[in-house]
Design a protein around this ligand. Structure first.
Ligand code: UN1
Length: 494
């Protein structure tokens, strides 16, 4: 019998009011049920929100360095449990063990870095325009945060939301993706053990419609922090706008790498393969387009083909495996559909394009590493987010042309250029319309001390991680202290 996991509300682990559960399965072996999770409903959401609302006052009045101490403890516990957390994550999410270790490491980095905000949370002191007067700005918590997270970074992305929200003095109701609830549970359990008081962090599992919607619609929720698809993100925006709530959205990408004729092609090859097929292409930052200068197109395409065909696909717990399965069957069908669209549009399928059919991969949601050549920038496979191991190769004639192709997208998350020419590198940094640009590196691999997020359809102007995260999770308060002992009128007495 698989273990049954519960919700965490007001410091207690409890079953959902519905009495129902859902199964969490291993995408590398879909017959394997890893656990049963609560199929919660509105009543559970109401209870979790009430607990978070109740804890608001005491949590925001705890000195921020003390809140940071709890998060430092969580960082230490993550270090200690890194290997077991990574293994459980590979089992439920599918990405290879090296990558799930990286996922946990990202949460460790986030916890250490952001716990330190407990002793910073910097504001400004500025001169006053009148004598005997003092001015400063301080950061205040927003209030009650709903964190809604995806399955592709089952601990890292929750850490981007929960840790800055908590250190800033907010209380949280956390709804994880239903494909990866074990990792979310492990993270919450660890934060509980690190010493969060009851009600400060609540955890409710279940579907988007039964948990996500009532959560973001709840009038006590002040802020919704969401990472996921652009379609769902736009729903979140509409729900939040009705109640004038604050919301931050981190959504799709159609990230591209430019390979110039002066690039180090060996290094570019590694970067493109890693960007396109790492996490089985299921990163918002995945490289799904490579824009190659015509002068090196044939050589680079041949090298890509050789490397893509040699990738070892299988169970991510086996350390020799380079690419795991897709998350579930419906994602696999979506990727398959896009491969058919690519062929119909006239792109040339070089390799892949179908589900894996070997003995070792029969039981899971595996897909072949796929390359399309002769892709033109307007094709659907070059415009729409596929979220799978499918790479479109597009030819360009110059840097200007390449940048035009990269920017011809509704998304603007990550971009990269491989070049040995410093002028090309800086021109690309200046003109690529994305939130992140890499020079001589892949589109993936963002570090937590910098802002993470994108332009255009990727987001709504906010950034996660770094100190930028505090812009979402805090409100500014401007403070004026007049110690003149009399009424002084700004703009009038000076
Ligand atoms: C995501 O793609 O959903 O930069 C997050 C990266 C990771 C985070 C990616 N550090 O690829």
């Amino acid at each position: 019998m698989p273990k049954t996991f519960k919700n965490f509300i007001n410091g207690k682990w409890k079953s959902a009011s519905t009495g129902e559960t859902f199964d969490n399965i291993n995408p590398a072996d879909s017959g394997q049920v890893l656990g049963r999770f609560q199929k919660s409903g509105k009543k559970d959401v109401d209870e979790a929100v009430a607990a978070a609302a109740n804890a608001r006052k005491s949590w925001r009045s705890m000195p921020a360095p003390r809140r940071g101490d709890i998060l430092f403890r969580a960082a230490e516990m993550l270090v200690k449990d890194k290997e077991s957390l990574a293994r459980e994550m590979t089992r439920e999410m599918g990405k290879i063990i090296k990558e799930t270790r990286g996922d946990v490491q990202e949460a460790i980095d986030m916890a250490y870095y952001t716990a330190g905000e407990g002793r910073r949370l910097l504001g400004e002191t500025v001169p006053a325009e009148l004598p005997n007067k003092f001015c400063m700005s301080v950061r205040m918590p927003v209030g009650l945060v709903a964190a809604i997270t995806p399955w592709n970074f089952p601990i890292a992305i929750p850490s981007w939301k929960l840790i800055p929200a908590l250190v800033a003095g907010n209380t949280v109701v956390f709804k994880p993706a239903s494909d990866t609830p074990v990792s979310a549970y492990n993270f919450v359990r660890l934060l509980e053990k690190a010493g969060l008081p009851p009600g400060v962090l609540n955890f409710v599992t279940g579907s988007g419609t039964e948990v996500g919607v009532p959560l973001m619609d709840h009038p006590e929720v002040d802020l919704v922090s969401f990472t996921g698809s652009t379609d769902t993100g736009s729903q979140v925006a509409q729900h939040c706008a009705r109640q004038m709530k604050r919301f931050s959205l981190e959504m799709g990408g159609k990230n591209a790498i430019i390979v110039m004729d002066d690039a180090n092609l060996d290094s570019a090859l590694e970067g493109v393969i890693w960007g396109a097929f790492g996490t089985t292409g299921q990163r918002c930052t995945a490289c799904s387009r490579v824009i190659v200068h015509r002068k090196v197109l044939k050589k680079f395409t041949d090298a890509l083909l050789k490397r893509a065909q040699s990738l070892k696909v299988g169970d991510g717990l086996d350390s020799k495996i380079e690419m795991g399965p897709l998350i579930n069957e419906s994602q696999r069908q979506k990727v398959l559909k896009y491969c058919k669209i690519g062929v119909d549009e006239g792109a040339r399928l070089l390799t892949g394009g179908d589900v894996c059919k070997t003995r070792a991969t029969r039981k899971g949601f595996f897909f072949q590493p796929t390359l399309f050549a002769d892709v033109s920038p307007g094709m659907r496979i070059a415009q729409e987010e596929i979220f799978g191991p499918v790479l479109a190769i597009i030819a360009c004639n110059s840097l200007e042309h390449a940048v035009e192709i990269v920017n011809d997208s509704r998304y603007g998350l990550s971009s990269a250029i491989y070049t040995q020419d410093v002028n090309h590198a800086f021109k690309a940094i200046e003109t690529l319309d994305t939130g992140i640009t890499y020079v001589n590196s892949s589109t993936i691999g963002a570090e937590i001390q910098l802002p993470f997020g994108g332009t255009k359809g990727t987001g709504n102007g906010h950034r996660e991680a770094g100190t930028a995260a505090l812009e979402i999770f805090t409100e500014w308060k401007s403070v004026y202290v007049d110690y003149s002992g009399k009424l002084q009128k700004a703009q009038i007495d000076n």
